[in-house]
Design a protein around this ligand. Structure first.
Ligand code: IPD
Ligand code: CA
Ligand code: CA
Length: 267
């Protein structure tokens, strides 16, 4: 049993419904794939269908709240809406994985109250893993409470990271950070789904995680999982993109000294 408020049950069901849609199209032929900000930033018809489903349903469930989704942006009717609640949606996190038939991808839905996440759900359809968190009420993996790592030694740590979509042109594409880290740690992972990476930090699977230039929808739910699981979450925002260092406090303190966060944008 979780302590999550029952008003969020339909949203948890919605995350699973979108996940089922993704599972039904997994490794099927004829998938429509297009590019967005760069040649490696992809969107598929399944991203669009899941985004449309989630936005439409949230409008019905929480008509007074604002909505920001990756594929639709801010809803037009929200320009005059000053509600303190906003839903932040990544309908399919890990589109590259999904498009090539790699099983790590997820649905991420979060409700923020002003500048803080209030509720989050991340569902990983191919693993049937469900992560939920609510501020003050804990974070759960398939109903079991989550607890972040308290590891303090880098050489006993497994870390995760990722590489931004402007990596072909940006001066700082995180490759040098990974090169510096590899000899210092027990292991380093790059799964390709930031929302799920953050859940694995909350679960204590990864001792820490860093990434440059994430979007708000990548971290909107995962941040709360980590905070409710007792971990440290740090991020800096620049032009709507977020550099993140999160996990065990002792390891994060060391990452702050090692990770070059210079935010050089692609040309
Ligand atoms: C991406 C994934 C990836 C991360 C990128 C994200 P998308 O999200 O989370 O792991 O490295 O920065 O944009 O585009 O698959 O939803
Ligand atoms: Ca994403
Ligand atoms: Ca996405």
């Amino acid at each position: 049993m979780t302590k999550i408020n029952s008003i969020y049950e339909p949203v948890i069901a919605l995350a699973k419904e979108a996940g089922a849609l993704q599972k039904a199209r997994y490794r099927k032929t004829g998938l429509m794939v297009e590019t967005k900000s760069t040649a490696v930033d992809l969107v598929t018809e399944v991203d669009l269908a899941c985004d449309a489903l989630i936005v439409q349903r949230l409008k019905q469930l929480f008509p007074d709240d604002r909505i920001l989704s990756e594929e639709q942006g801010i809803q037009p009717h929200d320009t005059d809406n000053h509600s303190e609640f906003q839903w932040i949606i990544d309908p399919l996190d890990g589109t590259t994985n999904f498009s090539v038939g790699h099983p790590i991808f997820a649905v991420s839905i979060a409700r923020w109250k002003n500048d803080l996440p209030e509720f989050g759900v991340v569902y990983v359809p191919m693993l049937d893993e469900l992560y939920v968190a609510e501020r003050g009420r804990g974070a759960y993996w398939n109903e079991q409470p989550l607890k972040c790592s308290t590891e303090s030694l880098l050489n006993r740590s497994v870390l995760a990271t990722g590489f931004p979509y402007d990596r072909a042109t940006a001066e700082n594409n995180n490759a040098e950070n990974a090169r510096v880290m590899i000899p210092l740690v027990k292991g380093i992972r790059r799964l390709g789904a930031a929302a799920y990476d953050l859940c694995l930090v909350a679960a204590g699977v990864y001792d820490a995680y860093w990434e440059l230039r994430l979007a708000k929808w990548d971290l909107a739910a995962g941040r709360l999982m980590i905070e409710e699981a007792g971990g440290t979450f740090w991020c800096s925002e620049e032009e709507g993109k977020y550099n993140v260092i999160t996990g065990s406090k002792a390891i994060c303190d060391q990452l702050h000294l090692l990770v070059d966060m210079r935010n050089s944008k692609g040309k």
